[in-house]
Design a protein around this ligand. Structure first.
Ligand code: SAH
Length: 520
């Protein structure tokens, strides 16, 4: 289903909480009625189908895990927009659709060239495969046509069908307001909040009788489809890639993430709730959630000597202020990566109204994310890595991901060299930060392989910025109280003053770091 949700085309409904059998029948009727010619336009439901297809297909395929030698299950294959290309590289593709006419067309188009495709005419909800039958499950616009209960069931099944280390990749149309659209069975589409998919996949769990292991999904990344953002101003087309991993039953039941199901939920529901983010932004400046906002960005970014066309990764990109600044001023391509869906989705909603062709945002965890070696010219990260316990490991990844000559620029919360006060310990524990002294931080960068390392203690600047921010907030007190609340205002100002006290006591520091990967 390709039509934009945001353009108000009016044909889109949702199956709401309708019962599953009537939903399935309506869905089948809908597609049967929509496939008079089984053309691309029928399947994509969009008059711009051809140009969209030409641009988005390579984009989606480039996001897939490596297909070579893999057994792929393709669900809701339609007329086989992806089937043939998948089969070119994969060892085998099982391609499923429940509209007979689509399956036939797919067979005609792809069957002869690709003997490694098995075409299945059947309902995705009625499939049954052995445990570990596939390396990859792929679907494009399928899950939005099943109910929440079915989604949960299918997620569990996919977890069983895929091998450990294998992936589930899917793409859906979403929306971000809460609540369902009116029920309209002529188009039984379920535009979910993307968080619903995150939650369903994060909670899926299965135990293997054969190997006595418990498994779950871990997020590789979720991103919006750039083609739709650029061509249709639509940020609601989203892709997800998940890995099947073995989970430790004990830590799973004890809750590894400070009482939350995942680190993402911890961030989204605690420090980076939507209100928390917008409040922070008031202090830091439009599109920023880090010390000094636009000011320090304009001061630090020139250190990188960015060249047009360079590939930059912004780790913990938040609302995208830094990513946009680099793209707009230097003509670089930026991948903004953040684990908080709240951050990424606010950034995406704002991306619609500005020129962001060269900035791409994704939800992913930098500690889990993988990229090919030598993918980036620059890695940039502002006040983010404080959330990450094992910095040595992450810096080694950064080193590998940089091209020879690549640069790294980080600002981060640090700590003094001495014994921590009790109040500082409590602060750090409450937020689950991991802090090092500026000197130690620089050493971790050198140990990861970086040369020309600069480890600059910017604590004085930190204090000056904080005091300026408090002053500005006080001047804008009435607006802040009106937009948020008295309590929000007080929390912010108290929080900022406490930071200043911690810096003056020598507990808290702020570091600026630069490093280079020398050419071999
Ligand atoms: N760099 C941005 C935002 C800083 S706030 C700016 O300068 O405005 C810190 C950000 O780090 C948050 O958005 C948080 O969600 C993100 N973050 C925390 N842990 C992360 C992880 N493991 N992977 C990716 N992002 C993470």
């Amino acid at each position: 289903m390709a039509e934009s949700v945001s353009n108000g085309s009016g044909t889109h409904g949702s199956n709401g909480n309708g019962d599953d059998s009537s939903t399935r029948a309506a869905m089948k009727d809908f597609w049967d009625g929509h496939c008079t010619t089984a053309s691309l336009q029928d399947v994509m439901l969009d008059s711009k189908a051809k140009s969209l297809d030409e641009s988005e297909k390579p984009e989606i395929l480039a996001m897939l895990p490596a297909l070579k030698g893999m057994r792929v299950l393709e669900l809701g294959a339609g007329i086989g927009r992806y089937t043939g290309t998948l089969a070119e590289t994969a060892q085998h593709v099982t391609s499923v659709d429940f509209v007979e006419q689509f399956v036939e067309k797919n067979r005609q188009i792809n069957g002869v060239q690709h003997p490694n495709i098995t075409f299945v005419s059947g309902d995705a909800m009625k499939l049954d495969y052995e445990e570990n039958s596939f390396d990859i499950v792929f679907s494009n616009w399928l899950l939005m046509y099943i109910s929440d209960a079915e989604l949960e069931e299918l997620t569990k099944r996919m977890l069983r069908w895929v091998k450990v280390g294998g992936h589930v990749f899917f793409r859906e149309s979403c929306f971000r307001q809460s609540g369902d659209r009116p029920r309209d069975l002529s188009n039984p589409t379920k535009y979910r909040d993307p968080k619903h998919y995150h939650h369903t996949f994060e909670t899926a769990y299965c135990e293997s009788a054969a190997s006595a292991t418990a498994c779950g999904f871990e997020l590789d990344f979720s991103r919006c489809v750039r083609t739709y953002l650029q061509m249709k101003n639509n940020p609601h087309q989203m892709c997800w890639s998940w890995s099947k991993v073995i989970v430790d039953k004990k830590t799973k039941s004890n809750d590894d993430f400070y009482g939350f199901q995942s680190m993402r939920q911890f961030l989204d529901q605690q420090q980076y709730s939507v209100n928390g983010i917008l409040r922070y932004e008031k202090m830091f400046g439009k599109n920023y959630v880090s010390t000094g906002g636009p000011e320090t960005t304009a001061e630090f970014v020139p250190m990188l000597k960015l060249q047009e066309g360079e590939q930059v990764m912004d780790v913990g990109s938040g609302l995208g202020g830094g990513a946009l600044y680099m793209a707009e001023n230097y003509g670089v391509d930026v991948l903004g990566l953040d684990l908080s869906t709240n951050m990424v989705h606010i950034a995406l909603a704002r991306a619609v109204s500005c020129s962001t062709g060269s900035v791409l945002y994704e939800v992913s965890d930098i500690t889990k994310r993988q990229f090919p070696d030598e993918s980036f010219d620059v890695i940039y990260s502002r006040d983010t890595l404080l959330h990450i316990p094992n910095k040595a490991e992450v810096f080694k990844k950064f080193f590998r991901w940089l091209k020879p000559g690549g640069r790294i620029l980080i600002s981060d919360y640090c700590c003094g060299e001495g014994e921590w006060s009790d109040s500082f310990k409590t602060y750090v524990e409450q937020r689950h930060y991991t802090l090092h002294s500026v000197k130690h931080y620089g050493q971790i960068l050198r140990d990861a392989g970086f040369a020309e390392v600069v480890a600059d203690d910017r604590s004085r600047q930190f204090c000056d910025v904080l005091l300026r921010e408090v002053k500005r907030a006080s001047a804008e007190r009435s607006e802040l109280v009106k937009e948020f609340s008295e309590k929000d205002y007080d929390d912010l100002v108290t929080g900022w003053k406490a930071k200043v006290e911690r810096v003056n006591a020598g507990d808290q520091c702020w570091g600026l770091f630069f490093g280079r990967k020398l050419s071999a």
